[in-house]
Write a protein that binds this ligand. Structure first.
Ligand code: ZN
Length: 342
């Protein structure tokens, strides 16, 4: 970026130009955040651009390596720690709302389990590589079910935690494939809520396609940016999380990135309905809203996207009414694509 462009960017006066990773046509303005909600003092615009023909979004310009490292250097980032217990539901209204949502939740299980794979004909003792495995939760489940498992994880601390627990996890990523695994192919590659973090999602999936044996299966899940929850919450949507999330998929664009890598789509599944109505989801969005509001107030020169009304029990009930009978693409916060190598 030139000095002039950088200055314009800092002032929030001009939308940066960037091309769609999928179709290479120019992206257009979508959302602008006044900063990173996890970094209360980081006033700096994050522009999210969109491709209408692919229904795909991307942060542009991409963060520098230093900015990216800083974005993950937050105390509560999940990969460093053991999974936390789900916060208890609080009031009677919370319990009732969540119960209603559970009745309407016909999505698949949120955590990948042996039966998530068996549904698509994949069974132990298949070899499985989990890309972006964090501290190894999925690997542990699959190893216990008889799969031969290996993990790839960019976070050194998470690697050490997983290896100390007896798993085989190698430092690296889809875009920076570890040399130790360069000759190996797998029956299954899983990538759960990781593709949205990659600098080049097309290159990432192409590398994964290379690591699959013919007939091998790829399970990939990302937030679903076609869902109504995003439209309601706007820039305070819990799964937006820029600049850790750099790519924004919908069911159409998640399938497109797989077919571009030469994979065949076997199935599309949805997950994450009832959790959007739980107490911890509401309180997280309220906190994100509060912090973005603070960031925006401290950066009047940034033309950030106006905040939508803050989430509340009332707004959650309204979302429940709107989505109860909606199509899966509008209803669920996440989408999973199952794709096969020919
Ligand atoms: Zn496009």
């Amino acid at each position: 970026m030139s000095q002039l462009e950088a200055a314009a960017d800092a002032l929030g006066v001009e939308m940066p130009a960037a091309d769609c990773f999928l179709c290479r046509r120019p992206l257009t303005a979508w959302l602008t955040l006044p900063g990173d909600w996890r970094k209360p003092r980081s006033v700096r615009p994050w522009h999210l651009l969109w491709c209408d023909s692919c229904s795909f979004g991307a942060v542009a310009p991409r963060p520098s390596p230093e900015e990216l490292a800083a974005a993950y250097a937050v105390d509560d980032y999940y990969t460093h720690h053991a999974p936390q217990a789900v916060a208890a539901v609080r009031s009677l209204a919370d319990r009732l709302r969540v119960k209603l949502a559970w009745y309407a939740d016909l999505g698949v299980e949120a955590e990948l389990a042996p039966w998530s794979l068996a549904r698509h004909g994949v069974r132990a003792p298949a070899s499985l590589c989990d890309v972006g495995c964090g501290n190894g939760g999925t690997l542990r489940t699959m190893a216990a079910a008889g799969f031969q498992v290996v993990g790839i994880e960019p976070d050194g601390d998470a690697c050490r935690t997983a290896n100390a627990a007896g798993l085989h996890v190698v430092e690296g990523s889809a875009e920076n494939w570890p040399a130790a695994l360069s000759d190996r192919t797998f029956d299954v590659v899983t990538m759960m809520h990781v593709l949205e973090h990659t600098m080049d999602p097309v290159a990432a999936v192409a590398r994964i396609a290379d690591a699959l044996r013919p007939g091998g299966t790829f399970f990939v899940e990302t937030p679903n940016n076609a869902c109504r929850g995003l439209r309601e919450a706007g820039i305070a949507w819990r799964w937006l999380d820029a600049p850790r999330h750099l790519n924004f998929f919908t069911p159409a664009s998640l399938q497109a990135v797989c077919t571009q890598a030469g994979l065949e789509i076997a199935a599309v599944e949805y997950t994450g309905y009832a959790r959007q109505f739980q107490h911890d989801w509401l309180s997280d969005e309220q906190e994100i809203h509060r912090r973005l509001k603070q960031l925006a107030a401290g950066a009047s020169q940034i033309k950030s996207t106006p905040l939508r009304p803050r989430n509340s029990a009332w707004r959650a009930m309204s979302l429940l009414r709107q989505t109860w009978n909606a199509s899966p693409a509008e209803k669920y916060d996440s989408v999973r694509v199952i794709a096969r190598k020919r």
